[in-house]
Ligand binder design. Structure first.
Ligand SMILES: *Cc1c(COP(=O)(O)O)cnc(C)c1O
Length: 497
């Protein structure tokens, strides 16, 4: 299996090269040249494996330059109970008949990002060895809150790497900020940026593709890579849990072989839902992929009209990890949907950069409609949904997952579709305790974040993840805040260049 770049179809690299580079040199994203196919027997067989082996099976289709031993080294280290609080790694909770919550947040940082970022450092160091790269890998991360912490945990003290994370100063929850500022490890750095997530991400992308910076790193024996979902090594682990959950439901007799399901994903950068798209096109029977957004509803409009327009007000919401107006991974979807038309991708994403807006052609519009359904909700509706789900099903969901539940309820009401449905549950409710507690109780509390966690534990009867409980006593190590114009110099200074 080789990988092309969305902005130049002639680029052809192995998975080890794609993963170490993160992004293609002309700014495109790496995409596998074809989508491997699973048979019904494959899917059935997956159900009998433990999670690490399910993952290894899927990776063997995409990372064909890795040996079996290399793949198992990665999966066995990443997906064990050393890192995850449940044996099943990705837990399925039954919300009500035919509706399943795929809980992806039982890892060390309590958000679904762990599913990929626990394994990415293994992929990256294995890839570097394979291509005989003897450079230090510098991971630059832009985060809307969850990626940063998950990447820090994944890469801390990993030999041959260092990691630097930028987060929007006022764009993350207090708990997310605490998690990052208290990060341990000798190769880690964390910095706040005056701006929003898009500013962080645009800055990081610009530094990545800046030739002077690249040269400076090179002459110091270093190179950049990415832990954001622009890196294929982030995306491929996310395909696994959609295949895994289908196989699991099949094994448990919840669905029949070949039965279609809907998948609902609370979406920001379009990575998680793109992974579901891949799972579908590998052979998992899927009816609709339902894209759920918060009030930053650029994707809802795009899927419904074919016009992507980021020229709109940016809102800070109670689901901060979805406060995004430039969804990077859409580029991969459009590359697939245009049958690898790199000229069109360059045209559209060039327009996005210069005018903040582009419109896809009719063929792509039709494909979007066929594959996806999209909706959004505001903060009040998010909180009302948390409240209703808690009252009705004694289930406490986080703010991002609640957006998905609300959009799914609206979809069901509008379409009458009764297809069984998997909802991606992307974070532990404890990670956003202030908003979740307010929603559950119906009123704000003025107690501190840790007391909120205790209160939420009392109400939800869920155990508090140890990683969050421990934060209370950890010293803060990182408190820098910079202007977005200073980002490049900050990176160089941090690296001692
Ligand atoms: C990152 C994140 C999302 C959005 O996922 P994308 O892959 O960026 O679409 C949703 N919920 C939570 C909790 C997240 O951390």
């Amino acid at each position: 299996m080789y990988y092309n770049s969305t902005r130049n179809s002639d680029v052809k690299v192995t998975s080890a090269e794609a993963i170490t580079q993160g992004i293609s040199s002309e700014g495109g994203l790496f995409v596998p040249e074809s989508i491997p196919q699973l048979t019904a027997d494959d899917i059935k067989a997956v159900g009998d494996m433990k999670y690490a082996d399910r993952a290894a099976f899927v990776f063997s289709k995409f990372l064909t330059d890795f040996t079996d031993a290399e793949i198992h080294y990665c999966t066995d280290n990443a997906y064990s109970t050393k890192n995850f609080e449940t044996d099943s790694i990705a837990e399925i909770a039954h919300l009500f008949s035919g509706t399943y919550m795929l809980e992806l947040w039982h890892g060390p940082t309590c958000a679904f990002k762990d599913m990929a970022l626990q394994i990415l450092p293994y992929f990256l160091t294995t890839s570097a060895k394979k291509i005989k790269l003897d450079k230090k890998i510098v991971i630059l991360v832009a985060t809307s809150g969850d990626t940063g912490k998950a990447a820090l945990e994944g890469f801390k003290d990993v030999e041959g790497t260092s990691i630097l994370v930028f987060y929007p100063e006022d764009g993350v929850s207090p708990m997310q900020k605490r998690q990052m500022r208290t990060q341990e490890g000798s190769n880690v750095g964390v910095c706040a940026l005056k701006g929003n997530f898009d500013d962080c991400q645009s800055g990081v992308k610009a530094i990545f593709t800046n030739d002077d910076v690249k040269k400076a790193l090179d002459s110091n024996g270093m190179m950049f890579s990415s832990a954001n979902s622009i890196n294929w090594g982030r995306l491929v682990p996310q395909i696994v849990y959609y295949i895994s959950s289908y196989a699991e439901l099949l094994k448990d007799g919840e669905i029949e072989a070949g039965e279609k399901i809907n998948i609902v994903v609370p979406t920001g950068n379009f990575g998680n839902i793109l992974a579901a798209y891949y799972a579908k096109h590998m052979g998992i029977p899927v009816n609709k992929l339902i894209c759920a957004s918060n009030i930053n509803n650029v994707l809802t409009d795009f899927i419904n009209t074919g016009v992507y327009d980021r020229n709109r007000q940016f809102y800070a919401t109670v689901s901060p990890s979805m406060d995004i107006l430039i969804s990077s991974n859409l580029e991969r979807l459009l590359y697939i949907m245009t049958d690898k038309n790199d000229a069109l991708i360059n045209e559209w994403f060039g327009k996005l950069a210069s005018e903040g807006k582009y419109e896809v052609n009719d063929a792509v519009k039709a494909k979007l409609k066929e594959e996806f359904s999209a909706g959004f909700c505001d903060d009040e509706q998010t909180k009302a949904t948390i409240h209703a789900v808690y009252e009705k099903y004694s289930y406490t969901c986080d703010t991002h997952t609640a957006v998905a539940v609300k959009v799914y309820n609206d979809y069901k009401e509008a379409t009458g579709d009764t297809t069984k449905t998997v909802i991606a549950s992307t974070a532990s409710p404890y990670k956003f305790s202030a908003a979740v507690l307010e929603a559950v109780q119906g009123s704000k509390s003025d107690i501190d974040e840790y007391d909120m966690i205790d209160k939420l534990a009392e109400l939800s009867k869920l155990t508090v993840p140890a990683a969050l409980a421990d934060l209370r006593n950890k010293p803060e190590r990182f408190s820098d805040t910079i202007d977005k114009t200073e980002q490049k110099d900050y990176v160089l200074k941090s690296l001692g260049i």
